[in-house]
Ligand binder design. Structure first.
Ligand code: P6P
Length: 335
């Protein structure tokens, strides 16, 4: 079938053979994420209309105020993933520890673990700015039937079997990879169907957009300061354009389409940066590389980092190859 108007469901079936070692569970897992995304999208789109805004009053493990929509999205994804007998464990930004999910026969014989940031950029909800969900999928490494352990989650990003995001923006899209390129699907809310709107997405090798919170400039490492000054200098195709939404999924999605670089570096206040390795940086790094871009901590490939803690943070640089190489050059020379 020609790409035009192919639905996400048809795409998954047609690409089933890509999921080697999987007798359909991974397809069903992607499908369950598709369903959860519709449920969350419905709430996000009406957030301004009903009393679902405002913080629950709790603080999540990150010490951030939990917005009601955070809690709702977290529960929606966990419930949907739990009901489908495919996943043996889930780790979420909103949960202090990972959750074990037993199969129908009360055994731990489901094959996959999922790590999610259920609603990234949630501080933007009250001001009606796009937010997103980020997901990362691994095959468990502990024996089937044995208890799920933290080792099943502390896997390097290069072992992900799938990763993607949902962006709840002017339109709602799912963008994901199973290791065979990146494809984007746009939701037609009238009929609740996702259509293949962005086949084989690729980062332009060059870009003219840099996304970084310059409010933290004085706290940045010297290499980042030098790179920002480079972006702003009147020379050749510069100055570049600064675009920073405060919602990584939205900044990433724009840069993937137009070309650009997103940087959340270490700062003197947060030496490991702010973004979490397992459920923000690893999935976005896999998407980046599958789309022909580059993702690092300023020095080392994100996907090769050996995780040590569930909520560990890393500095994060990702985007167009040529922009990334220039930024990493400044980081190396300033060392
Ligand atoms: P700051 C949202 O909280 C997030 O994790 C990313 O989506 C976003 O790019 C970044 O943090 C914004 O952080 O410190 O610039 O407000």
């Amino acid at each position: 079938m020609a790409n035009k108007n192919k639905t996400l469901g048809e795409f998954i079936i047609e690409n089933q053979e890509e999921f080697k070692y999987s007798s359909g569970e991974l397809s069903r897992l992607i499908n369950s994420i598709r369903l959860a995304a519709k449920v969350v999208n419905h709430e996000v789109n009406k957030a301004g209309l009903v009393d679902i805004l405002g913080a629950v009053g709790d603080q999540n493990i990150q010490g951030e105020d939990q917005q009601k929509l955070d809690v709702y999205a977290n529960e929606a994804f966990i419930k949907t993933l739990t009901n489908r007998e495919i996943v043996c464990g889930i780790a979420s930004e909103e949960e202090d520890d990972f959750i074990t999910i037993k199969g129908r026969n009360e055994k731990n014989d489901n094959k996959y673990v999922v790590l999610i940031d259920p609603l990234d950029g949630s501080s933007n909800i009250d001001v009606n700015v796009s937010v997103g969900t980020i997901f990362s999928i691994y095959r468990r490494i502990t024996p089937s039937g044995s208890p799920v352990t933290i080792d099943d989650f502390l896997q390097p990003g290069n072992r992900q079997v799938a990763a993607g995001y949902i962006v709840y923006g002017t339109s709602t899209m799912i963008v994901y990879t199973t290791g065979h390129g990146v494809n984007g699907f746009t939701l037609n809310p009238a009929i609740g169907t996702y259509y293949l709107s962005h086949p084989n997405m690729k980062f332009p090798k060059d870009g003219h957009i840099y996304s970084v919170n310059e409010g933290n400039y004085v706290h940045f490492p010297q290499g980042v300061k030098d790179y920002i000054k480079y972006c702003q200098k009147e020379e050749g195709d510069r100055p570049y354009t600064a675009r920073y939404i405060g919602s990584m999924v939205s900044d990433f999605h724009r840069n993937l389409i137009k070309g650009g670089i997103y940087i959340y570096p270490s700062t003197s206040k947060n030496p490991d940066g702010k973004l979490r390795l397992l459920y923000e940086c690893n999935p976005m790094a896999l998407l980046t590389e599958q789309a022909g871009g580059k993702a690092s901590d300023g020095f080392n490939r994100i996907l090769d980092i050996e995780p040590t803690k569930l909520h560990q943070r890393v500095p994060f640089f990702c985007g167009s190859v040529n922009m990334m190489e220039k930024a990493e050059e400044f980081m190396k020379n300033a060392k």
